[in-house]
Design a protein around this ligand. Sequence first.
Ligand SMILES: Nc1ncnc2c1ncn2[C@@H]1O[C@H](COP(=O)(O)OP(=O)(O)OP(=O)(O)O)[C@@H](O)[C@H]1O
Ligand SMILES: [Mg+2]
Length: 600
Amino acid sequence: MTSQVKWRKVIHTTYKILPLVWKMSPRALIVSHIIMIIQGCLPLVQVYLVAKVVGTTERVIAGELPYIYAVFWLLGQVSLSAFTSIMVLVEQLNGRRLGYRAANYFEHLIIDKTLRLSLLEFEKHASYDLLQLTSGSGERGMQMIMTLRQMVMNIITISGYLLTLWYFSPWLALFLLIVTIPSFLANIKQSGDRFRLTITQSPLMRKASYLQQLFRNRDAIKEIQLFRMGAYFKKKWNDVYWEQAEENMKLERKSGIVNYVMENIGQLSIAGTTVILVHIASKGRMTIAEYVALTIVVSSAYALMKGLVNYIVRFGEDGMYAERLFNYLQYPESKQQDAKLEFPKNLTHGITVKDLSFTYPNRQESSLKNVNLHIKQGERIAIVGDNGAGKSTFIKCLLGIYPVQNGTIFYDKTDICDIRSDSLKESSIAVFQDSVRYQLTVRENLMVGNMDGVTDDKRLHDALKVVGLSSENNSLELDTALGHLFQDSTDLSGGQWQRIALARVFIRDASFIVFDEPTGALDPLAEEHIFNKMLELTESKTAIFISHRLSSCIKADRIVVFKDGEIHEFGTHNQLLGHGGYYAKMFQAQSEKYQMQSAL
Ligand SMILES: Nc1ncnc2c1ncn2[C@@H]1O[C@H](COP(=O)(O)OP(=O)(O)OP(=O)(O)O)[C@@H](O)[C@H]1O
Ligand SMILES: [Mg+2]
């Protein structure tokens, strides 16, 4: 994001945001504008009443009028003040209502966009960029509209004031306008400095907040205490904190001095305008009442013009932040959104991968290079290989999580690019090593596997039984809240969380199943048991499982060995052992380890 306020962009953003606010709540917007016009005119009525009160009092003192006249105008003043307060209250409530709606509406836009976004965008832009793009941008948009309202309201009142002054002497109005210019320029400059500082400080702020959050994160505290990293992280946070605070204080000092000078110039200007007023009054061109009212007009007009300058500056800043919302909404969406075909029902021919290559957006080297593979219907494939060999990337391409960049993937004879995203996701299920631990109930955690099966308690219990989370002595209730973030919730061990993720597979009737090392935290007996269950479940289904424990792969129909983004070897366990290649070496190393352990 640029570190300067660009007014053309701000105006463009306003132009885009206004119709959205109108769509959100036309009634609230109309009410807001009516109140704005009334509020803009009220100060003028107030000045008129002041003139009337002073004028009438003068005449009452001179004995020209009965004192009830002065009381009448005073009552008018009191009524106006009561009316003004009501207007302010109504506007506040209306503004809050509009604010809540806007925040909700913009959040909907952001969430819906996120759901349609190609996941590759998350790889392209570091996640902090995405967060930065979206967080608070909706509120800023709403703030812009509110500030715009205030600006228009001020302009109405200021115009009334200036016209009143012009009526007595054009010089008065011109003088007042001219003396505001230095304050305007100083404010614009300060705002520019402030905005630039906020933008350049963003990485620092994020770092400070990250370091601070470490001390609020249960898992991080565990490590920090254990490895005695507390003092190191505290110092790191402290340094970043003061670096940022020093820069802020420098700017605040500068602004403070400028504001002090401007304030005094303002007071001098008001005094100067009052001198002009005295001069006009001495010529007998205005009454005492008019003089009193005009002094109020001068100081109020000056205050309002200063306010207007502040609003303009804030409007520019908010506009630059709000622009990010529209930038986010323009991100490219997943092409899968336009696909029309269904996932083949029985997958009779299987899956064919032809010359598949894939490069992450921020990388030079390809993570997959010309991968060719045919997986027959009902075949259970194990994928093995070193860390970083490309296993997870391969299955993410197969599942449509990443779009195909080069090459093709066919489900039966249908190109993956032509399969509707919903249909692809409905027909496949995947369990990853880092499945999200939703701090919700057991039922909701299982819902991730099958939204429709959520009320079928028997099915859910059966799935929990398969993964060993429901037994006669020790059963997990479906409505037990899991996690550690909320009250009355129960946390699980790492392996139990993995079992929850695995249970999702057993409540879904998917034709293509993928396991990306989801059993790493399971004890060996549980892994063996779940593995056998999985083989049973996937008997007639196409399944891929990635595992570093080669003993689990023996039962697979075929084993594919990935190395440096390529398929290095493939075949059955016995074929690969016979071949004496990389797989045989890995298998031998692992079995020697087990033999050594059993010998000990
Ligand atoms: N989000 C990413 N952005 C950039 N590069 C990535 C990303 N994810 C993976 N890579 C790179 O792509 C290559 C393949 O990664 P991948 O995750 O597919 O490996 P893997 O075989 O699943 O490894 P592991 O056994 O450790 O899970 C690696 O070099 C990795 O650094
Ligand atoms: Mg992986």
